[in-house]
Design a protein around this ligand. Sequence first.
Ligand SMILES: C[S@@+](CC[C@H](N)C(=O)[O-])C[C@H]1O[C@@H](n2cnc3c(N)ncnc32)[C@H](O)[C@@H]1O
Length: 336
Amino acid sequence: MERPILTIKQAAKLLQVDPNTIYRWARAGKFPASKIGKEWRVLRSDVIKFLESKKKKNQFLTEAQEAELITALVGRREIPIKFEYLGEGADRYVSIYAPAVGGGSETEIIFDNKEHFLRYFEQKKFNLLDVGCGDGKKAAFFISHITRKASAYSALDISARMLDIAEQTIEISHPNLAFEKFIDDFEFGNIAHTTYYLHRRYQHNNLITFLGNTIGNTLDPHRVLINLRDSMGDEDLLLVGLAFHNPKNIPLVEYNQRSVIEWLWTIPEKIGIKRSDGNIEGIYNKTKRQFEHQLHFGKNWERMYGGSLIRFTKDLGKKDLTKLLVISARGGSAFG
Ligand SMILES: C[S@@+](CC[C@H](N)C(=O)[O-])C[C@H]1O[C@@H](n2cnc3c(N)ncnc32)[C@H](O)[C@@H]1O
């Protein structure tokens, strides 16, 4: 039977840390141990609670996101790319130096068709709701060049860090524009609670922008478009940067530059995969017509993550299961 009361050494063993660290924490009142005479004692249940409280503080993913990630890892051998934008992943993403990668050419398309857009947007005020806002630079460009009639700029994103970056961008480019941010996952359902709120708050229609091939990031673009449609009033507008578009024949090497690979290591490292365990390479998968990054393991790899065993091994049946995917432009995209 497990002992309910532990010594500091036993607690340290349970937590797999040096006992001196625990003594130090206990003396500083940072660990739930009590002094009985000259000896420290701690309840096993308090050690577990202590570990859980740490986990919450350091948690990168919410419990629901962790469940979704593990399901994708085990079920599809895939990292949903949306998780790569969380935390430091957001900073790594925005530091990728390649204006054309991820839809820079989209800005040019919008600019080249300025007159067409102006016909819609010059007449009325609207609330700009930027779904999957990224660093907010495309929205800033849109407000500056296409219309100055936005009554408010609202950013919606899965990543709190990305929303902060977008906020900084807009503060600099349009300091007097009302700004609101919404942390949400548009794959989970409609975002009518946000669009409805914006309607009432600003008394204008919404222009929803969904740019930068964010739709290519989603598991099921159809479902996401329905979610957006279900979030619109009859005079709201939706502008979608539809699919991966490569009119300038950007070579694959752009997608394999260090900053892109660095970004895509964000989630593998959170799971415990080390750089020495494998390589990430971007390819265009002609059969599936999708753009994907593959993490090739150099050796069999397995580890417990969030209570599940994750394995990337060659010896499971006949299948080669040594590949992990991050898909940035799902089936139907055009490359080259
Ligand atoms: C490819 S970037 C595009 C950024 C920006 N729209 C642009 O055109 O530069 C995708 C953005 O959508 C966000 N995103 C991806 N999947 C999401 C989801 N399911 N729910 C909410 N945001 C998501 C990412 O965090 C990131 O900011």
